[in-house]
Ligand binder design. Structure first.
Ligand SMILES: Cc1cc2nc3c(=O)[nH]c(=O)nc-3n(C[C@H](O)[C@H](O)[C@H](O)COP(=O)(O)OP(=O)(O)OC[C@H]3O[C@@H](n4cnc5c(N)ncnc54)[C@H](O)[C@@H]3O)c2cc1C
Length: 386
């Protein structure tokens, strides 16, 4: 007989995980939900709300307790991003970038000095951002042109970054630049840039279709001096920092998308039970029930994929293929579920007085950032075909 005591359903949470997920959702329901529409309209997240996210402990989930973090697992970060995105995917991505990209990269690649200097501030007040993309290099990220000149007085960075999430709120930026364009990807190096370093400016904020409250900004580096101690990882090994953190970050986007789809489904189920046509609730039509059943099945499949990728990562097992698969599957699922939500609200689904049109707009980004769907397919194809 095989030993089965340790086998459990992927979506079954232990007591600590369930408590954590429920407390984050409760916070989202009480503190975020009343502000969702206003934040979307104003394309802004109030600083007081960000401070509350720090107090809640979701801005430093994996950061060790010694540095003021929760010292919890990556899986907890996934649960938090899912629970927040169920209410507002803009808050979901703020927390996602902080944990799965920025804190994650610092813990993995930072020197003791870097950890000492930055981890406790990331745990208590400083929002982080991750700056890889440029106007000319998105999918082909390693074609970046931001230049880092090695001088006797540290590095001097020149260039422009585009599309940087949390740009408006962040105090610390992981900026990727090349120390030698002739070396191709082997010149790429990751630097930690503080917001008030001379020569660093946050530029224009994008006016977006979805996740409007999440800031997406241009960054300008004009003779920006960065101390040698702020190189994250090794010089010329920034490509490894980027690839490895983005592999993990993708699972976080999967979590954002399952949270979003759950939120759309929650709203829809409540609405169609109330809405009556032809003398009965819309939820009583079998045609509608089947559509909802399919959406719930789709969501369950995506959640299993996201949780599996996250648990593999925590177990130290390979997860590259699973992360790419969960990201493409859950982002496409979220678009389908949010679209169904709009359909089932009828005309009310198309107006801003009801919450689902926003979720439909928000869903689209899942197929674009942290590697477009085509780039995920490329990763999966390499894993499958060799
Ligand atoms: C709201 C938002 C937030 C973002 N946040 C961040 C952030 O915090 N940090 C950061 O560094 N970047 C961020 N990005 C940038 C994001 O990661 C890029 O937009 C994304 O990687 C795609 O790059 P691109 O826009 O240059 O599109 P392109 O790379 O120009 O792609 C255009 C199209 O071509 C397809 N394509 C490209 N190459 C191939 C190929 N080899 N095979 C098949 N199809 C291909 C793509 O799939 C896509 O459909 C953000 C973007 C947005 C919109």
């Amino acid at each position: 007989m095989p030993h089965v005591e340790t086998v459990r359903g992927l979506t079954r949470l232990d007591e600590d995980e369930a408590l954590f997920r429920d407390s984050v959702y409760e916070f989202a329901d009480q503190e975020i939900r009343p502000r969702v529409r206003e934040m979307d309209e104003q394309a802004h997240i109030p600083r007081q709300l960000i401070d509350k996210l720090f107090e809640l402990g979701v801005m430093a989930i994996e950061i060790p307790e010694a540095h003021g973090g929760a010292g919890a697992a990556f899986f907890h970060a996934v649960l938090a991003v899912e629970a927040l995105s169920r209410v507002d995917p803009s808050i979901g991505v703020l927390v996602d970038v902080q944990n799965t990209l920025v804190a994650n990269a610092l813990m993995r690649w930072g020197s003791d000095q870097i950890k000492e200097r930055y981890l406790s501030s990331l745990a208590s007040r400083t929002v982080g951002a991750y700056a890889l993309s440029e106007a000319g290099s998105g999918s082909d990220a390693f074609a970046l042109t931001t230049r880092a000149a090695d001088t006797s007085d540290g590095f001097v960075l020149n260039g422009r970054k585009l599309w940087i999430t949390n740009g408006l709120e962040a105090g610390l930026f992981i900026v990727f630049a090349t120390v030698d364009p002739g070396e191709g990807y082997r010149g790429i190096t990751a630097f930690l840039v503080e917001r008030d370093f001379p020569g660093f400016t946050v530029g224009r904020k994008e006016d977006k279709m979805g996740i409007r409250a999440s800031s997406t900004c241009e960054l300008l580096l004009e003779d920006c001096k960065v101390p040698r101690a702020n190189v994250l990882g090794e010089i010329g090994k920034g490509y490894k920092v980027a690839i490895e953190t983005l592999n993990e970050g993708r699972i976080g986007i999967g979590a954002q998308m399952i949270g979003l789809a759950q939120g759309a489904l929650d709203h829809t189920v409540a609405y169609i039970r109330e809405r009556h046509q032809f003398g009965k609730a819309v939820a009583d039509f079998q045609g509608v029930q089947f559509q909802v059943a399919r959406a719930a099945t789709d969501l369950e499949a995506a959640r299993l994929m996201v949780y599996n990728a996250a648990r593999l990562r925590d177990a130290g097992e390979p997860f590259l293929k699973e992360a790419a698969m969960c990201k493409i599957f859950s982002s496409e699922m979220a678009e389908r579920v949010a679209s169904l939500a709009v359909n089932l609200y009828g005309g009310y689904g198309f107006v801003k007085d009801y919450p689902v049109e926003k979720l439909y707009r928000d869903a689209k980004i899942g197929q674009i950032y942290e590697g477009t769907s085509n780039l995920q397919l490329q990763t999966i194809a390499i894993q499958v075909l060799g």
